[in-house]
Design a binder for this molecule. Structure first.
Ligand code: NAD
Ligand code: TYD
Length: 341
């Protein structure tokens, strides 16, 4: 039985992917490696922890010794690398941790994977490495990398290292770049769960700038199925863009959240814009569709309704992740002139 190592598997996308692999591939074992930072939560994997085909190891991708031990511990043939610091706003307040985890951690993992003779390495990256679009067009795999934030710069740097390991050492590496995800278990720092949480608590909904920035939303289950398709059928050395084909302005998304929760638009409050804020992202996902037959299946309206229902049914999960650290981050973030008043 082959084993896939999933780094960051206790996070939002990772936990969804681990569950999908266990369900879809009865002959695959999954080893989740995760540090359980503020964004990682074993509760996200609750139903997988009892599965005899799943193991969990707590550890840091920057810890060379621990990573080497994990990669040598079982018959690991493939790595899907999701572990990362993932939030743009946090990268603005503290870029260094993003360089450490996202760049150095990726290099540590690549070196250990090469030594262990891992057959396939999938780097889970983001559309944000391409920078910002004007009102027309979309990113293709050939678009130049032009990251704006410390987060996207760290992901772009990691992508370069992954490609370099492919070219220099002949490793079988692949990169996926996906648009904005939403769905169950997303930490309430990202737009959709933050707006759901605040609206549920009748707190102000902080819109950065004019709120007319555009994102292409994809349900996390569609991202996971794309990752599995790339793991199984992607061509070595290739980049695959993944997108949901659901372009919405932030204000459109926020108004939908309020409508579905039956809350008033008077909760919306415009605050100072995010520095270096990318105006628009849109993905051309025709390559993964043509080569691997993948396409997104969840419509945005239905996906958003289901997601809101999940957060309403799991208010305890929201309370458990919104800890003192969460409140400290927001008091630092809003004190930089970004008042919600
Ligand atoms: P997340 O923040 O929910 O989860 C990240 C996980 O990584 C957490 O479980 C955390 O504990 C773990 N982690 C962090 N630092 C670690 C370290 N040093 N060692 C081991 N584990 C560590 O993030 P997510 O939204 O699930 O994103 C997962 C990946 O997908 C990231 O690489 C991100 O860049 C990429 N991505 C995310 C999106 C999105 O919309 N969320 C879109 C495209 C790509
Ligand atoms: P986010 O979920 O942080 O994802 P990303 O910056 O990686 O695209 O933000 C999505 C969009 O929502 C982005 O344009 C910033 C905006 N936004 C707000 O207006 N208010 C908020 O409180 C947050 C978290 C995001």
């Amino acid at each position: 039985m082959k084993t896939v190592l999933v780094t960051g598997g206790a996070g939002f996308i990772g936990s969804n992917l681990v569950r999908l692999i266990l369900a879809e591939e009865p002959d695959t074992r999954v080893l989740t490696y995760d540090l359980l930072t503020y964004a990682g939560n074993l509760d996200n994997l609750r139903d997988c922890l009892e599965d005899p085909r799943h193991d969990f190891v707590r550890g840091d991708i920057c810890d060379r010794e621990a990573v080497t031990e994990v990669l040598g511990s079982g018959n690991i043939s493939e790595v899907i690398h999701l572990a990362a610091e993932s939030h743009v706003d946090r990268s603005i307040l503290g870029p260094q941790g993003f360089a450490e985890t996202n760049v150095l951690g990726t290099v540590v993992l690549l070196e250990a994977a090469r030594e262990a003779g891992v057959k396939r390495f999938i780097q889970v990256s983001t559309d944000e490495v391409y920078g910002s679009l004007g009102s027309a067009g979309s990113f293709s795999e050939e678009s130049p990398l032009a990251p704006s934030s410390p987060y996207s710069a760290s992901k772009a740097a990691a992508d370069h290292f992954v490609e370099a390991f492919g070219r220099t050492f002949g490793m079988e590496v692949l990169i996926t770049r996906c648009s904005n995800n939403y769905g169950p278990c997303q930490f309430p720092e990202k737009l959709i769960p933050l707006m759901i949480r605040n609206a549920m608590n009748d707190e102000p909904l902080p819109v950065y700038g004019d709120g007319l920035q555009v994102r292409d939303w994809i349900h996390v289950s569609d991202h996971s199925s794309a990752l599995l398709a790339v793991l199984r059928g992607g061509r070595p050395g290739e980049v695959y863009n993944i997108g949901g084909g659901n372009e919405r302005t932030n204000l459109e998304v926020i108004r939908s959240v309020l409508r579905l929760l039956g809350k008033p638009e008077s909760l919306i409050c415009h605050i100072d814009d995010r520095p270096g804020h990318d105006r628009r992202y849109a993905m051309d996902a025709s390559k993964i569709h043509a080569e691997l037959g993948w396409q997104a299946g969840v419509g945005f309206e239905q996906g958003l309704e289901d997601t809101i229902q999940w957060y309403m049914d799991n208010a305890g999960w929201l309370d458990s992740v919104a800890t003192g650290e969460y409140r400290d981050f927001y008091s630092a973030w809003y004190s930089g002139g970004r008042t919600t008043g």
